[in-house]
Design a protein around this ligand. Structure first.
Ligand SMILES: NC(=O)c1ccc[n+]([C@@H]2O[C@H](COP(=O)([O-])OP(=O)(O)OC[C@H]3O[C@@H](n4cnc5c(N)ncnc54)[C@H](OP(=O)(O)O)[C@@H]3O)[C@@H](O)[C@H]2O)c1
Length: 244
């Protein structure tokens, strides 16, 4: 990753924070995208930048606001630097039976988890195609593979992400751009705080490793998929779930 330029969304916490730390430690420059500016985020990025001798720039946009997304990504492209890697990590999760859900809320979740991801890929992949190289890593989920009651919105959005990944791999592969996805099992971040302790215990027990995953265990797989070590991997969904 030495000297490569990487876009990471959802960089301020959870898996995204581990992604930034992992890519920077591997020598990459990072555009760290987040919803809004905070002094904590900015000083953390500055520390990373000076301790690893790379640039790490904050880029702010709300993934629910199409104009803001377009402007944020355009500001990156306007820098005129090569974009080697895009990690589409930001996402939201909800739990709710269809009978208790509003379709408009499901649409809003799809906007962030799926359509914004498409919008970002559409802009960035044009640049990657002109470069004749690039790697895109999308964050799917085992929720998009294993059906569960209450997961219609989130599970369907992640299933869409993973099928989009496979279709795009076919479209962009001939132009030298690889597109892969990760399907994490339950990972210790704020996203799973919506569950009770009993549910979390069950989720851990469902893994053959009998534990939840760590953010870094997802970030390392993203780093591999984005790197030249994965140069012949395209259109894959890598499950990282401890062996459910
Ligand atoms: N944790 C798990 O068990 C798990 C399992 C499978 C897949 N995943 C996927 O992994 C990815 C990262 O999840 P995580 O566990 O790190 O979740 P998290 O701790 O809840 O972090 C989610 C990230 O996405 C950002 N985000 C959400 N909505 C946004 C919006 N409208 N605009 C801009 N940024 C927005 C959040 O920013 P704010 O801080 O501003 O909200 C945050 O940075 C997601 O795509 C998730 O679906 C997670």
């Amino acid at each position: 990753m030495q000297g490569k330029n990487v876009i990471i969304t959802g960089s301020n916490r959870g898996i995204g924070r581990a992604l930034v730390e992992t890519f920077v430690a591997a020598g990459a420059n990072v555009w760290a995208c987040a919803r809004r500016a905070t002094s904590e985020h900015e000083s953390w990025l500055q520390e990373l930048s000076s301790s690893h001798g790379v640039w790490v720039k904050p880029v702010y946009f709300d993934m629910a606001d199409a104009d803001a997304v377009n402007a944020g990504i355009q500001s990156i492209l306007d820098e005129g630097k090569p974009v080697d890697v895009l990690v589409n990590n930001a996402g939201v999760s909800t739990v709710g039976l269809l009978s208790m859900s509003k379709v408009d809320d499901i649409k809003a979740l799809f906007e962030v988890n799926f359509f914004t991801m498409l919008r970002i890929i559409q802009k960035v992949s044009k640049k990657m195609v002109r470069q004749r190289c690039g790697a895109i890593v999308n964050m799917g989920s085992i929720a998009g593979i294993e059906p569960q009651p209450g997961k219609i919105a989130y599970g369907s959005s992640k299933a869409a992400v993973m099928m989009m990944t496979k279709c795009l791999a076919k479209e962009l592969g001939p132009m030298g751009v690889r597109v892969n996805a990760i399907a994490p099992g339950p990972i210790e971040t704020e996203m799973i705080h919506q569950y009770t302790d009993d549910v979390l215990k069950n989720l851990a027990a469902e893994s053959a490793l009998r534990r939840l995953g760590k953010r870094e265990e997802i970030a390392q797989v993203a780093l591999f998929l984005a790197s030249d070590k994965a140069s012949y991997i395209n259109g894959e969904i890598i499950k990282v779930d401890g062996g459910r």
